[in-house]
Design a protein around this ligand. Structure first.
Ligand code: NDP
Ligand code: PYC
Length: 339
């Protein structure tokens, strides 16, 4: 086995993009998918970093996602709803295509939505959240997944791990961003525990008989649990309604049925909402951004940390010192490059 390695973001991006290009991805698909994977690794979000490359390639090989898809943008004049049909490709290039018009319409109307249909989504949501906050807008992003989570009181996988992300822009500071699965943890975390031979924390999952388990293998065969009991169960259901049924795309049970397995990345839709705080607060006292700063300062003043601070600190470290990959990760990348 080779030694571990320290790579710049650019060096890692070149390797990851080369893997996807060799696998038949067009430039837009390879570029956009590489950007989110490398961002995950740079920000120490291992559950959605380079470990996701193999799943993306397996999904292509199984014919469940089109690596050469050309997404198509559409929006009626004077509408706050912008749509991109990913045409069977990954969600990330579809998002990049729709973002400029989403921003334009959100600035015009105060609120606009980007609906992405017919996409495969395997990534973290915060890169999309941050792309919206960089434009001075607040963002709410969500998508279904595939059935993996039992509703509270139930005992079988039904809901997806349905991620839900929010961002608020801040001047000369990293934005306020949270982004989490509506299950206790992302499914990727269960898989990482399985690979490391580590037990799960209690309360994450039930086995196929519906009994609590800390065994990742039994958890993968059983069901994950929603975060926060009935509250996470309800938010996960809301994601199915808004980012599945409302946008005319698949729910998590339908996505699982179409995919036939939980070992590939799921295809469904995604909903991105962008808000202009200036427009919403117009005519009311106080600047919304200044008022938000008071709230953030008060949170931090109590000794709490803001969400994403760990991630931003990891980003700063990676940018200063490089991204550290383990020997196994370096070997994995070399193997994929040699395919
Ligand atoms: P985590 O539980 O790791 O983190 C959730 C959020 O809480 C992060 O913003 C995190 O910030 C913040 N946070 C954690 N601890 C604290 C704390 N003590 N105080 C304040 N904030 C805190 O996320 P999950 O495991 O639930 O999800 C991981 C990723 O998986 C997400 O990016 C999600 O989008 C992705 N995912 C994607 C799916 C898909 O279908 N595409 C499905 C499910 C998940 P920080 O990062 O700084 O710790
Ligand atoms: O980590 O739960 C997860 C997940 C599902 C699809 C993509 N990520």
């Amino acid at each position: 086995m080779t030694d571990g390695r320290v790579l710049t973001t650019k060096e890692l991006s070149e390797q990851v993009e080369a893997i996807f290009r060799k696998a038949g991805f067009n430039a837009a698909q390879a570029g956009a998918v590489t950007r989110v994977i490398v961002a995950g690794e740079r920000d120490a979000c291992k559950s959605h970093g380079i470990y996701r490359i193999e799943g993306a390639l397996r999904t292509v090989k199984a014919g469940k996602v089109r690596p050469d898809a050309e997404p198509v943008l559409s929006a009626e004049d004077a509408s706050a709803v912008v749509k991109v049909n990913a045409r069977g490709g990954f969600a990330n290039p579809a998002f990049e295509l729709g973002l400029p018009l989403l921003v334009e319409r959100a600035r015009l109307y105060g609120l606009a939505a980007l609906v992405i249909n017919d996409c495969t989504h395997f990534s973290a949501l915060w890169p999309e959240v941050e792309a919206v906050t960089e434009q001075g807008l607040a963002a709410l992003v969500m998508c279904p997944s595939y059935s993996a989570v039992a509703p509270t009181g139930g005992n079988k996988p039904l809901l997806g791990t349905n991620p839900f992300g929010f961002g608020w822009p801040r001047q000369n500071k990293s934005p306020y961003v949270f982004d989490f699965a509506t299950s206790v943890a992302a499914r990727g975390e269960i898989e990482l525990h399985r690979r490391a031979g580590k037990p799960l924390p209690e309360g994450w999952a039930i086995d196929a008989e519906g009994k609590p388990t800390t065994d990742p293998v039994a958890a993968l065969a059983g069901a994950m649990l929603p975060f926060g009991g009935h509250k996470g169960s309800a938010i996960g259901t809301m994601v199915e309604l808004l980012a599945g049924i409302m946008i005319g795309d698949l729910t998590s049970p339908e996505a699982l049925e179409a995919l036939g397995t939980t070992t590939l990345a799921p295809a469904h839709g995604e909903l991105i909402l962008a808000f202009s705080p200036e427009k919403f607060a117009a005519g009311r006292p106080g600047d919304p951004f200044a008022r938000a700063e008071i709230l953030f300062e008060t949170i931090v003043g109590q000794g709490a940390r803001l969400p994403s601070q760990r991630r931003f600190a990891a980003r700063a470290q990676s940018e200063a010192e490089g991204i550290v990959l383990s020997a196994a990760e370096v070997d994995g990348l070399d193997r994929l490059l040699a395919l």
